[in-house]
Ligand binder design. Structure first.
Ligand SMILES: Cc1ncc(COP(=O)(O)O)c(C=O)c1O
Length: 385
């Protein structure tokens, strides 16, 4: 079968390929320790699971659900934004539940971008931004996030790209706390981004799934005054509530933007299973202790990962948020792929090569905190050997 042109230049997702390679090694008895993927290994809160169990036992919850999500979940999402980010959202019109925030990235691109347009995308950054921009027919225009700039965009470069790209620039993806570098945002940065988006009349898309992980001051870009005119924000329960496999995300913005995205999304899928939505609402109402417990575990694991990185002679900042530690590799490795492959084949430990997030990541690796302390200890032992 001939493939559609839109798939040209879009390969299989890196991890989907790599996990096959790791499976092969495991079949040969290697017992690879996977410190690659950011999929929380711990369960959601017991009350969340109980809500799913109780609700799914009821006879009247199995029908199709509203495309806009249940009223209970939208209300819980708006209250969560108010409580933690200080952002007012109208639950009826300004928030949209998603089947994971990853799908929201594509929905936004399909709604606003098309052939003949460019979208600013971070390098390094989450690879899905570029793929979704390309699937929509538009072109990614990369802006650099460099260690010496605290992984903040250089606004001169952004302006240069907006003014001189061969195609009109219509969107800008940003993501703070940033994956893969772990960089936290500042309110000044958010304000500058909103000013830039207004000045250039572009859509600013903030992807915000990591704000609760190893960070006690969660921030939303929507908290900037008058941001809603140009900003649409994605959020997710995958990392903050240990619910990655449940597929629950959200989109927040003005009624106009939510309705526009819904015009595309309602043609692609239907509302989530109601008990999942009610369990998600329960998760969003959890008190501060939930986040403290989650972060106590990641803090202990991160200390161990610092030791692992020291064993590899990597350098890194200790002030990173999110589910990973981003570290510069030792000069004896040619690049991140050489480093990652060497650790995989010599020590049976997998860490992600930073280059998969863009050319600016080629001298870095990313180590996940989604493994037990015992596993990280075992990985250190293998590397030391
Ligand atoms: C930066 C970033 N955005 C979005 C996602 C997708 O999260 P979700 O599980 O909500 O689809 C991830 C997942 O790894 C991510 O790292």
């Amino acid at each position: 079968m001939q493939l559609a042109k839109r798939l040209e230049g879009i390969g299989e997702y890196y991890f989907s390929q790599k996990l096959r390679e790791i499976d092969e090694l495991n079949k040969q008895g290697k017992d690879v320790i996977n410190l690659g993927i950011g999929s929380p290994d711990r369960p959601p809160h017991a009350d969340v699971i109980k809500t799913l169990q109780d609700e799914s036992a009821k006879p009247n919850v199995h029908a199709y659900q509203s495309y806009k999500g249940s009223t209970v979940l939208r209300k819980a999402m708006a209250e969560w934004y108010k409580k933690w980010y200080g952002v007012e959202l109208n639950p009826g019109t300004e928030v949209l539940p998603l089947i994971g925030s990853k799908e929201g990235i594509l929905h936004i691109c399909m709604t606003y971008f098309e052939k003949g347009l460019a979208v600013l995308v971070p390098n390094p950054g989450y690879p899905t931004y570029s793929s979704a921009v390309r699937l929509a027919g538009a072109e990614p225009a990369y802006y650099d996030l460099l260690e010496e700039n605290n992984y903040e965009p250089d606004f001169d470069q952004l302006q240069q790209l907006a003014d001189h790209s061969s195609l009109p620039v219509k969107g800008l993806f940003v993501n703070y706390p940033h994956m893969p570098t772990g960089q936290l945002p500042t309110m000044e940065l958010f304000q500058k981004l909103v000013v830039f988006a207004k000045k250039n009349d572009i859509l600013l898309i903030h992807d915000n799934p990591y704000s609760f992980i190893l960070n006690d001051k969660p921030m939303s870009l929507l908290a900037v005054d008058h941001a809603k005119d140009h900003v649409i924000e994605l959020n997710s329960l995958s990392k903050s509530h240990n619910m990655a496999g449940w597929r629950i995300g959200m989109l927040s913005g003005t009624k106009e933007k939510i309705d526009q995205v819904l015009r595309f999304k309602s043609n692609m899928d239907s509302g989530m299973f109601l008990p999942v939505q009610l369990a998600a609402a329960k998760a969003l109402s959890l008190p501060a202790e939930w986040y403290q417990e989650v972060n106590a575990v990641y803090t202990r694991r991160r200390e161990k990962v610092f030791h692992l990185l020291a064993a590899l002679h990597c350098t890194y900042s200790k002030k990173q948020a999110g589910l990973f530690v981003w570290a510069k590799i030792d000069e004896r490795f040619k690049d991140c792929y050489d480093c990652s492959d060497s650790i995989l084949h010599n020590c049976n430990v997998f860490v992600t090569p930073g280059g998969i997030f863009g050319s600016a990541g080629e001298k870095y690796i990313r180590v996940s905190l989604c493994a037990t302390e015992e596993k990280i200890d075992e990985a250190i032992k293998r590397i030391d050997k």
